[in-house]
Ligand binder design. Structure first.
Ligand code: MN
Length: 377
């Protein structure tokens, strides 16, 4: 493998910035096998059956190609990155990750995913970073795993694949986990999942429960719940990264602020209480947006206008929306070169502390043995 290839996609040495993609999915083959077993043997959520039932049992070449790429952290993935001009991926456990598993399996598969991602980062430190998975339903073990995966293995954030069996991160049971991310100084990537059983029916019957619309409805709701519940007032150091240009919320901010203020004044809902800021302000102070699946200039320009250009960064959503041509198109975004550099490189480096990673590992041999748990490998 040539040095050029390890440093980035071909030509990276002469480009004005590195291209970092921050919502790039991975799944251990063992987890996919476990999903297949659950689909066969267990009553599972409607959305899980709709999504993973499709990807894991379809014979169509398109989903099969996605699944093969999901499970790869080596040659195939790096070849795809090279072919599309992606220098660096921030890896995360694919949706729904651990969030459909029982407590014991959630913990074990989180550790397995974190170990595998760490191995890939150590094998290709210039090409990969990663986020940590946890089992959310057991907060003490989730905190231990964050200490291990972020504190000792060097992963750069927490992946949250939206709801946890119909519960949301504004639930007080998850507060210690979110406080831990703030203490560690890492962000939470709030990633889509299918809607929970008590919301999915009208989406499912119309075939709109997936990435076409249902994911955004679910994940936009999740982020808005985190805002209106006062979570960011309670944990001022909490930072959230959200894909798909904010899951629709940027377009709605004016009305959300207006209606939220009216409802606070009228005391209409128990759950709607005064906040320290208007709802829209939290997107400008605690939230970063990525372009995963939304390589569309009008929407990117609008999102930058309402939340700030310094809060909008690139993501591809590999391998689900793997369209290499988007990279060249986004090179033509009508912003000054310094802002395109921020969009592709420096915002991600700041949010996920990737410059530390480069200091540690660019060209330098790894001195530490990875602290991986044998039983999870
Ligand atoms: Mn994604």
């Amino acid at each position: 493998m040539s040095a050029g290839r390890e440093g980035g996609a071909p030509g990276w040495e002469t480009r004005p910035y590195r291209r970092i993609a921050v919502e790039e999915a991975y799944a251990p083959r063992e987890l996919l096998d476990e999903y297949v077993r659950m689909l066969r043997d267990e009553p599972v959520e409607i959305g899980f059956r709709s999504l993973m039932g499709y990807f894991l049992t379809s014979t169509h070449p398109q989903p099969r190609s996605v699944v093969d790429r999901l499970a790869d952290l080596g040659e195939q993935r790096i070849a795809d990155m090279d072919a599309t001009g992606i220098d660096h991926q921030v890896l995360s456990l694919t949706s729904p990750g651990t969030q459909v598993l029982d407590v014991a399996r959630a913990r074990a598969f989180a550790e397995l995913a974190n170990d595998r991602i760490t191995e890939a980062v150590r094998a290709h430190p210039t090409r990969f970073s990663g986020l940590a998975a946890v089992g959310f339903e057991d907060a003490p073990s989730a905190i231990d795993e964050l200490d291990r995966a972020v504190g000792r293995l060097g992963l750069r954030g927490l992946i949250a694949n939206s709801h946890i069996k119909g519960t949301y991160l504004d639930d007080p049971r998850y507060l210690p986990i979110l406080e831990k991310t703030a203490d560690l100084g890492v962000p939470v990537y709030l990633h889509p999942q299918t809607l929970p059983d008590d919301a999915i029916r009208p989406y499912r019957e119309a075939g709109l429960d997936g990435a076409v619309w249902g994911f955004a409805a679910e994940t936009g709701l999740h982020l808005l719940r985190m805002i209106t519940s006062g979570l960011f007032d309670r944990i001022p150091g909490l930072r959230v990264v959200v894909g798909h240009l904010g899951e629709g919320l940027p377009y709605w901010l004016h009305r959300i602020d207006h209606m939220h203020a009216k409802q606070v004044a009228a005391g209409r809902y128990e759950a709607i209480k005064p906040l320290q800021q208007r709802p829209s302000e939290y997107l400008r102070t605690h939230v970063f947006l990525t372009t995963s699946g939304m390589p569309w200039e009008p929407a990117i320009t609008f999102a930058r206008q309402v939340v700030g250009a310094e809060r909008v960064m690139y993501a591809m959503d590999y391998p689900y929306q793997f369209v290499g041509a988007e990279v060249e198109q986004l090179e033509c975004l009508p912003y000054p070169e310094e802002e395109r550099r921020a969009f592709f490189q420096t915002i991600a480096e700041d949010v996920f502390s990737l410059r530390d990673r480069e200091d540690e590992t660019f060209g330098a041999p790894l001195s530490e043995e990875p602290e991986l748990r044998d039983e999870a490998r």
